[in-house]
Design a binder for this molecule. Structure first.
Ligand code: NAP
Length: 244
């Protein structure tokens, strides 16, 4: 049986790091990306600590040149992922009145345009193979809206709508396209919100706590599995009940 190639963007930290670890087994070739050499080394170190054969590449979704190089590198290594997890992301929060166009563009570029480019590039190989799974990480904020995150929620809501369109285009070829929308998950991304704010948020979550990256990662693993083969075009929420 040939290895399933799984590409996870932003696998150096947080949710992406937990997702890639879900695929540390004989069935998969895990492939991770990071923006820096340091991030790449972190991914490679994690492979060698777990005795796993995997690959790591540099990718900055805010730089077209980096995306083009990344596609070329994968092509020359003869890699087209069977499972694509678009996870990489940033926040650049500010109230709309104060939000700069740069911060708007950066967040839209990295999330929405970045995911579009990766899906467009890799879906061709999936079509040829007549099998594929694309999982795009969205956010509960896309459904609820969030003060100070006009750029981020616009990008995430766009990702969900874009995923439904692709799901309709490629469903007949056994390719499933879904989104996973986490609530508050303990990673670097939400650290800047501060302990007091996060405690306040936790008390409003029905399960009374923040989520952890492993909980999101196991959902990604399930959605990519054969058990989930009749699920496409969906956004699956994982948020402790924050949004119902
Ligand atoms: P994180 O801990 O801050 O990790 C972000 C990852 O994205 C890192 O691997 C980072 O790589 C990569 N990245 C950052 N900028 C990039 C760029 N320009 N190009 C390519 N990769 C880039 O974030 P996280 O909390 O794990 O978030 C992962 C995903 O979950 C994001 O899409 C986020 O929007 C979503 N999400 C998170 C939460 C939450 O509460 N944490 C909630 C809902 C949704 P480097 O290490 O190289 O910087």
């Amino acid at each position: 049986m040939s290895l399933k190639k799984v590409l996870i963007t932003g696998a150096s930290r947080g949710i992406g790091q937990s997702i890639i670890k879900q695929f540390y087994s004989k069935e998969f070739l895990p492939i991770g990306t990071a923006t820096s050499e340091e991030g790449i080394n972190k991914i490679l170190e994690s492979f060698s600590n777990s005795n796993v054969k995997g690959k790591a590449y540099q990718l900055d979704l805010n730089k077209n040149e980096s995306i083009v190089n990344f596609f070329e590198e994968l092509k020359s290594d003869d890699i087209n992922p069977d499972i694509l997890v678009n996870n990489a992301g940033i926040t650049k929060d500010n109230l709309m009145l104060r939000m700069s166009e740069q911060d708007w563009n950066d967040v839209i570029n990295i999330h929405l345009t970045g995911q579009f480019k990766l899906m467009k590039n890799f879906v061709r190989g999936m079509l040829k193979n007549r099998w594929g799974r694309i999982i795009n990480i969205s956010s509960a904020a896309a459904a609820i809206g969030n003060k100070g995150q006009a750029n981020y929620v616009a990008a995430k809501a766009g990702i969900e709508a874009m995923s439904k369109s692709l799901a309709r285009e490629v469903g007949s070829k056994n390719i499933c396209v879904n989104c996973i929308a986490p609530g508050f998950i303990e990673t670097d991304m939400i650290e800047s919100l501060g302990k007091d704010y996060l405690n306040e948020i936790s008390s409003e979550i029905p399960l009374q706590r923040l989520g952890n990256a492993e909980e999101v990662a196991s959902l990604v693993k399930f959605i990519s599995s054969d058990e989930a083969s009749y699920i496409t075009g969906q956004t699956i929420h994982i948020n402790g009940g924050l949004y119902m």
